[in-house]
Design a protein around this ligand. Structure first.
Ligand SMILES: [Zn+2]
Length: 132
Protein backbone atom coordinates (compact mmCIF):
# COMPACT_ATOMS: atom_id res chain seq x y z
CA UNK A 1 0.00 0.00 0.00
CA UNK A 2 1.11 3.55 -0.71
CA UNK A 3 -0.20 7.00 -0.17
CA UNK A 4 -0.64 9.48 -2.96
CA UNK A 5 1.29 12.55 -2.01
CA UNK A 6 -1.07 14.73 -3.99
CA UNK A 7 -4.54 13.71 -3.00
CA UNK A 8 -3.69 11.65 0.06
CA UNK A 9 -5.56 8.61 -1.17
CA UNK A 10 -4.25 5.24 -0.19
CA UNK A 11 -3.69 3.18 -3.26
CA UNK A 12 -2.05 -0.11 -4.13
CA UNK A 13 0.67 1.53 -6.06
CA UNK A 14 1.92 5.03 -6.65
CA UNK A 15 3.80 6.42 -9.57
CA UNK A 16 6.61 8.88 -9.46
CA UNK A 17 5.60 12.02 -11.28
CA UNK A 18 7.13 15.42 -11.57
CA UNK A 19 4.83 18.33 -10.85
CA UNK A 20 6.26 21.82 -11.00
CA UNK A 21 9.71 20.43 -10.61
CA UNK A 22 8.88 18.34 -7.57
CA UNK A 23 8.89 14.59 -7.73
CA UNK A 24 5.90 13.13 -5.93
CA UNK A 25 4.45 9.70 -5.41
CA UNK A 26 1.05 9.93 -7.00
CA UNK A 27 -1.88 7.66 -7.58
CA UNK A 28 -2.75 6.80 -11.13
CA UNK A 29 -5.30 9.57 -11.29
CA UNK A 30 -3.02 12.28 -9.99
CA UNK A 31 -0.14 11.01 -12.02
CA UNK A 32 -1.85 12.27 -15.16
CA UNK A 33 -1.23 15.86 -13.97
CA UNK A 34 2.48 15.45 -13.82
CA UNK A 35 5.26 14.38 -16.08
CA UNK A 36 6.27 10.79 -15.75
CA UNK A 37 9.64 10.44 -14.13
CA UNK A 38 12.03 8.07 -15.75
CA UNK A 39 13.29 5.78 -13.09
CA UNK A 40 16.14 4.62 -15.20
CA UNK A 41 19.29 5.22 -13.34
CA UNK A 42 21.92 7.09 -15.13
CA UNK A 43 25.01 4.95 -14.83
CA UNK A 44 27.39 6.95 -12.76
CA UNK A 45 30.34 5.52 -14.58
CA UNK A 46 29.16 7.20 -17.74
CA UNK A 47 28.56 10.48 -16.00
CA UNK A 48 31.84 10.47 -14.19
CA UNK A 49 33.90 8.98 -16.95
CA UNK A 50 36.40 11.46 -18.12
CA UNK A 51 36.85 11.81 -21.76
CA UNK A 52 40.09 10.32 -22.81
CA UNK A 53 42.33 13.00 -24.01
CA UNK A 54 44.59 12.04 -26.78
CA UNK A 55 47.77 13.92 -26.60
CA UNK A 56 47.95 15.44 -29.97
CA UNK A 57 51.33 16.35 -31.22
CA UNK A 58 51.56 19.98 -31.87
CA UNK A 59 52.35 20.54 -35.48
CA UNK A 60 55.81 21.89 -35.46
CA UNK A 61 56.01 24.98 -37.54
CA UNK A 62 59.67 24.46 -38.16
CA UNK A 63 61.63 21.30 -37.85
CA UNK A 64 64.74 21.99 -35.92
CA UNK A 65 67.72 21.90 -38.18
CA UNK A 66 70.04 19.19 -37.11
CA UNK A 67 72.66 20.22 -39.56
CA UNK A 68 75.56 22.52 -39.30
CA UNK A 69 77.40 24.30 -42.06
CA UNK A 70 80.60 22.50 -42.89
CA UNK A 71 83.84 24.33 -42.18
CA UNK A 72 85.13 23.95 -45.69
CA UNK A 73 82.03 25.27 -47.40
CA UNK A 74 84.04 27.86 -49.41
CA UNK A 75 86.18 25.14 -50.95
CA UNK A 76 83.18 22.94 -51.67
CA UNK A 77 81.33 25.73 -53.41
CA UNK A 78 84.34 26.75 -55.48
CA UNK A 79 85.09 23.17 -56.46
CA UNK A 80 81.55 22.34 -57.42
CA UNK A 81 81.06 25.58 -59.28
CA UNK A 82 84.25 25.11 -61.27
CA UNK A 83 83.40 21.51 -62.04
CA UNK A 84 80.15 22.72 -63.50
CA UNK A 85 82.01 25.33 -65.49
CA UNK A 86 80.19 28.17 -63.85
CA UNK A 87 81.35 31.68 -63.15
CA UNK A 88 80.44 33.23 -59.81
CA UNK A 89 77.92 35.36 -61.62
CA UNK A 90 76.35 32.29 -63.23
CA UNK A 91 75.96 30.60 -59.90
CA UNK A 92 74.64 33.82 -58.42
CA UNK A 93 72.01 33.93 -61.13
CA UNK A 94 71.10 30.29 -60.59
CA UNK A 95 70.35 30.83 -56.94
CA UNK A 96 69.00 34.32 -57.41
CA UNK A 97 71.63 36.02 -55.32
CA UNK A 98 74.17 38.72 -56.01
CA UNK A 99 77.59 37.77 -57.28
CA UNK A 100 79.05 39.49 -54.23
CA UNK A 101 77.26 36.95 -52.06
CA UNK A 102 78.92 34.09 -53.92
CA UNK A 103 82.23 35.88 -53.72
CA UNK A 104 81.92 36.31 -49.97
CA UNK A 105 80.83 32.71 -49.49
CA UNK A 106 83.77 31.45 -51.51
CA UNK A 107 86.19 33.61 -49.57
CA UNK A 108 84.70 32.37 -46.33
CA UNK A 109 83.89 35.88 -45.20
CA UNK A 110 80.17 35.23 -45.24
CA UNK A 111 78.31 32.31 -43.76
CA UNK A 112 75.31 31.62 -45.94
CA UNK A 113 72.01 31.26 -44.14
CA UNK A 114 69.81 28.20 -44.44
CA UNK A 115 67.98 29.47 -47.48
CA UNK A 116 71.16 30.17 -49.40
CA UNK A 117 72.76 26.92 -48.27
CA UNK A 118 69.81 24.98 -49.60
CA UNK A 119 69.89 26.84 -52.90
CA UNK A 120 73.62 26.23 -53.28
CA UNK A 121 73.23 22.57 -52.45
CA UNK A 122 70.52 22.21 -55.03
CA UNK A 123 72.29 24.20 -57.72
CA UNK A 124 75.67 22.58 -57.22
CA UNK A 125 74.39 19.15 -56.18
CA UNK A 126 76.61 19.16 -53.16
CA UNK A 127 76.19 18.97 -49.43
CA UNK A 128 77.24 21.91 -47.36
CA UNK A 129 75.93 20.63 -44.09
CA UNK A 130 76.89 17.96 -41.66
CA UNK A 131 74.57 16.31 -39.24
CA UNK A 132 75.19 17.51 -35.72
ZN1 LIG B 1 -3.88 11.11 -5.94
Amino acid sequence: MATCEICGKTVDKTKKVKIEGVILEACNQCATYGEPVEEKEIPTSAAVRTRRVFSQKKPETKIKEEYVLVDDYPARVIKARQQMGLEQKDLAKMINEKQSVISKIESGSFQPDDAIIKKLEKALKISLRDRI
